[in-house]
Design a protein around this ligand. Structure first.
Ligand code: GUN
Length: 282
């Protein structure tokens, strides 16, 4: 049995950072990004810390504003409007999830789309839909970057995305379509998911169910990308039964160490892109 190609997100992210260090050195100012965290969700705390740390390593300025769970939606939008007006702020990221009393769409819509390095503002989603992307949501952008790095052909391939979230599934489908894949999006109401998966040459699993994608659902030689981050018995596991599926796949991403590191790398890339656009404007 030949060994599958392991899609090593850490290694790909490092190659992205190497290029970004050069781009940052060419800027005439230090780009500043503000992370907004509302409440004390432990996963969000850890994600934002990692983002701040990476900023520091790249010579970027990352700051976090932390607000209590009880913050009002209008107050939050007021803070965002101030950051929109602040010429010094290049990027704004509202860490999700937000508390239940807030309307996520309304809050994200209040971010200046040119500072929306997370790519979640409707204007950026619309540009992606039109095939003219500006800021693309970081996880799907990272997946495409990883497929390109390993020279996995996408054009004309049958790609199945499992999950239709705004942050992963939908933009992922759009990105794949933009590079000429034949895309199917599956979700909780899909009638025969195993049958859809069996036809796929590329599978992107982003449904949030541990070990859901089984060996018998994958055709030999497929590329399998696992977006899942599920905590099971204190361990982080993906949406794919990695040990079994790897015996069949041509290429597969592990969890952890696959898609995860790519998300922050793409955020940094978006920020440097925003800064470059800013410096060309003035
Ligand atoms: N929460 C989990 N992933 C993400 C992300 O990529 N962006 C934001 N804003 N929140 C998240």
């Amino acid at each position: 049995m030949t060994q599958p190609l392991i899609l090593d997100g850490k290694a790909v992210a490092e190659s992205v950072y190497k290029k970004l260090l050069l781009d940052v050195s060419l800027l005439s100012f230090v780009p500043r990004i503000v992370f907004i965290r509302v409440g004390e969700d432990p996963a969000s705390q850890s994600y934002v810390r990692s983002k701040e740390k990476r900023c520091l390593e790249l010579g970027l300025r990352g700051e976090t504003l932390v607000f209590p769970e009880t913050l009002g939606e209008d107050e939050l939008m007021g803070k965002i409007l101030n950051l929109n007006r602040d010429k010094d702020v290049i990027g704004i990221l509202v860490q999700l999830p937000l508390p239940k009393h807030m309307d996520k769409a309304k809050v994200l819509c209040s971010i200046d789309p040119r500072k929306d390095v997370d790519g979640l503002h409707p204007e950026n989603a619309g540009l992606l839909l039109q095939g003219k992307p500006r800021f693309v949501p970081c996880t799907p952008a990272g997946i495409l970057e990883m497929l390109n790095f390993y020279q996995i052909p996408v054009e004309g391939k049958r790609a199945v995305v499992i999950g239709r979230s705004e942050i992963v599934g939908r933009p992922m489908a759009q990105l794949l379509l933009n590079v000429n894949a034949t895309v199917t999006v599956c979700h909780s109401k899909t009638v025969d998911l195993p049958e859809e998966l069996k036809r796929a040459e590329i599978i992107i699993a982003a449904l949030g169910k541990p070990g859901f994608v089984k060996e018998e659902m994958v055709s030999p030689g497929a590329t399998v990308v696992d977006v899942g981050i599920n905590r099971v018995d204190g361990k982080i596991v993906g949406d794919v039964d990695f040990e079994k599926v790897k015996l069949k796949a041509h290429a597969i991403s592990p969890v952890p160490g696959g898609v995860g590191p790519m998300t922050i790398a793409m955020l940094m890339k978006n920020l440097v892109m925003a800064a470059t656009a800013q410096s060309q404007k003035s």
